[in-house]
Design a protein around this ligand. Structure first.
Ligand code: NOJ
Ligand code: CA
Length: 682
């Protein structure tokens, strides 16, 4: 890149650049000065990101192409720049922390071209201490009025020496949506990947590319073109168009998180900071909490969703779960398989689902009243099988029915293969869409805003990826969007030991996940069947509650398996799901991770640590504790001879008095973990 004229912005609010300047670079830095973005127009609009004076993202193109209008990009130059700063703190109604700091410098760059139509657009850059976000803003103008169809977004993320960088990634545009085992390869071997896309440069700098505020736009995947050039590859509509919009439009934020180490990626709020404030004024009805459910029994084949002798969702079985929930402090009971549709080939045809017609052996009124009398709510379930028109036609009645019975949370499901979401268009023609295209971005959000009208929160399975919309729509309480625990029941094969050590650095950067931890019977098929069981120790199942953040956490196993291990179960009973503060303490992607979190509105702290297939010992400084308090550390850790394959249950539970000056050493077994409650002492 030849820089003919470098313009450094130092507190200038708005600069109109002189027409004589031909090609130029404008720069903006993070508040702490470590990250610098340079925007250049030498060969058309491009940007580059430096971290501590080293390139993190090298010169990368900006722009987009339309079906009918002239492209934005090539031939455009920087016309005007506007700079501003912002430093504020805002509150999350529920989350990893209560107070979120948003400290950034902003630069809005206007690009223009000497032509009559489609001749200007803006890119808004925000630079934080932990990364950057940028979005396109395309105003209404001659040549870009009325309906606009985007056929290519030219955004690139270029990486130097991709053969020396390591990436942890899952393929995009596959039949299994986001539910793939993570690949660990050099960046050069990446084909087309989902975001968050996390990689480590040769220097040790960790970077994760994602997006924020994906509304009314296609999800962005990354396609490697020339080696090291990851190009935005938007998921298309069934007719091949990427985005259908009208000017004035804004794209989602393209985000690049940057940290000197792996742990730094985990302590970032960029994605939330780039979303709009809550659209809901009253959020008091949105309830984080813990739940059990008629669920695992179906996955391990003890029960069925459909009717018959082993039907799971019966009135008596639900009451039994309600009693168990009430006795052990759970807020809700999820019931799947309660409504008509499951007896047919539901995976292939979601049109058979009826969302207001319970099976005869499921008395929705009786079970919900039984629960409410004990302070436990029924948690609803809508499996659409991806037949979204069928769902939309019933959604109002479906939520109204649940609201009437005191339901505050509904788990939705979209188990159709990728590219096989069924919608019936305005002409009655059936179309097949992707889970992460623009159409479905709208459909998922529609279910959330409709649910809000009934004071219902949504936990989406087979979702579109999270892009921080929980800030704007706080009743979008959780989602799946990666391989969860269910894969450990199917033998297809199960999640490998490193899976939970990769998730925090990839999927979890997007937001909360309904992973459904807490399987206590690790050998429902016999411990010897390693290909059909959770590949973890018992202590690691407990650690998941702290490591994998979600405001709703399931105790996924059958009640009898908890009753058989009441000592370990105590941790699940004690662990909260809403936090005052969260701190990632240590970790390496795919190896291990340690998190500390403080209970919201409470003094207790919790720690979760877990490892991959390698046993290791982690040292945890307790300096996150309140220096003026003493605590009882209730420690659940792998026993001396524990290992996931043949001895997963050996666990030591011990209590120790500690304070902020102490250091704990936690031995973790192969695919093991540790979970600790620090109970504040008076
Ligand atoms: C897949 C979901 O992830 C799982 O939790 C659910 O039980 C089934 N679909 C059936 O809806
Ligand atoms: Ca799933």
């Amino acid at each position: 890149m030849t820089i003919k004229n470098r313009i450094l912005l130092m507190g200038l609010a708005s600069v109109l650049l002189p027409a004589t300047v031909v090609a130029k670079t404008v720069e903006i830095s993070s508040p702490d000065g470590e990250i610098t973005v340079a925007i250049n127009d030498d060969n058309g609009p491009s940007y580059q990101i430096n971290f501590n004076n080293q390139p993190a993202i090298t010169s990368s193109k900006l722009g987009m192409r339309f079906k009918k209008a002239q492209a934005l990009g090539e031939g455009f130059s920087i016309k005007n720049v506007q700079q501003s700063q912002s430093n504020s703190t805002w509150q999350l109604p529920w989350g990893e922390r209560e107070h979120v700091v948003d400290h950034h410098n902003e630069l809005v760059v206007t690009f223009s071209a000497e032509r009559k139509t489609a001749n200007h657009f803006k890119v808004r850059f925000r630079v934080f201490n932990d990364g950057i976000g940028f979005r396109y803003e395309v105003p209404k103008q001659a040549g870009l009025a009325g309906n606009i169809e985007i056929i290519d977004e030219l955004t690139e993320f270029a990486i130097k020496q991709p053969e020396k960088a390591t990436a942890w990634w899952i393929p995009a545009r596959g039949w299994n949506r986001y539910e793939y085992v993570y690949n660990t390869t050099d960046v050069e071997s990446v084909d087309r990947a989902h975001t968050p896309f996390t990689f480590k440069l040769d220097s040790g700098v960790h970077i994760s590319i994602h997006e924020a505020a994906l509304v009314d736009y296609a999800g962005m995947t990354l396609d490697q073109q020339r080696p090291g050039v990851l190009k935005a590859d938007l998921t298309p509509w069934s007719d091949g168009i990427l985005v259908k919009t009208t000017a004035n439009f804004k794209t989602p934020w393209r985000t690049v998180q940057i940290s000197k180490d792996a742990v730094g990626l985990l302590n970032s709020d960029i994605i939330l900071n780039l979303n709009e404030p809550s659209k809901l004024e009253d959020t008091s009805w949105i309830e984080p909490g813990k739940y059990v459910g008629i669920w695992w029994g179906m996955h391990i084949g003890e029960n069925t969703w459909g009717s018959g002798a082993t039907h799971g969702a019966t009135t008596s079985e639900t009451k039994r779960y309600m009693d168990f929930a009430a006795e052990y402090g759970f807020d809700g009971v999820l019931v799947e398989g309660w409504n008509h549709g499951w007896d047919d080939d539901w995976y292939a045809n979601g049109d058979i689902f009826n969302f207001t017609k319970p099976y005869d052996d499921f008395d929705i009124k009786a079970v919900s009243e039984h629960g409410l009398a004990k302070g436990v709510r029924l948690i609803g379930h809508h499996e659409t099988s991806g037949s979204v028109t069928n769902y939309r036609n019933q959604i109002e009645d479906a939520f109204a029915l649940y609201e009437k019975h005191g339901v505050r949370q509904v788990k939705t499901g979209y188990v159709a293969d990728g590219g096989n979401i069924k919608r019936v268009d305005e002409n009655g023609i059936t179309r097949k869409e992707w889970h992460d295209g623009q159409f479905m971005a709208g459909e998922y959000l529609h279910s959330v805003t409709e649910a809000a009208k009934h004071k219902i929160s949504i936990n989406t399975h087979e979702p579109i990826k999270d892009t921080g919309l929980r800030r704007t729509y706080p009743n979008w309480i959780a989602r799946e969007g990666a391989r969860g625990q269910e894969f450990n029941a199917w033998g297809t094969p199960p999640n490998p030991p490193e899976h939970a050590a990769i998730l925090p650095f990839t999927r979890m950067l997007a937001g909360p996940m309904d992973f459904t931890p807490g399987i206590f019977d690790l050998g429902f098929n016999g411990l010897g069947d390693k290909s059909n069981r959770p590949q973890t120790t018992l202590a690691k199942q407990l650690a998941l509650y702290v490591v994998l953040y979600s405001p709703i956490q399931m105790a996924a196993d059958l009640p009898r398996n908890y009753l058989a291990k009441m000592d370990a179960f105590q941790f699940i009973r004690d662990v909260p799901t809403d936090w005052q503060e969260s701190k990632a303490i240590a970790g390496e992607v795919g190896d291990y991770v340690v998190f500390a979190r403080q209970e919201r509105n409470g003094d207790d702290w919790f720690v979760g640590a877990l490892t991959d297939e390698a046993a290791r010992s982690v040292t945890v400084k307790l300096d996150f504790l309140d220096a003026n308090k003493r605590y009882q550390a209730q420690i659940y850790r792998d026993g001396k001879n524990a290992e996931w394959k043949n001895n997963p249950y050996e666990m030591i539970i011990e209590n120790k008095e500690v304070n902020a000056k102490d250091v704990l050493t936690l031995p973790l077994a192969t695919s093991g973990g540790a979970a600790i409650r620090f109970k504040a002492l008076n």
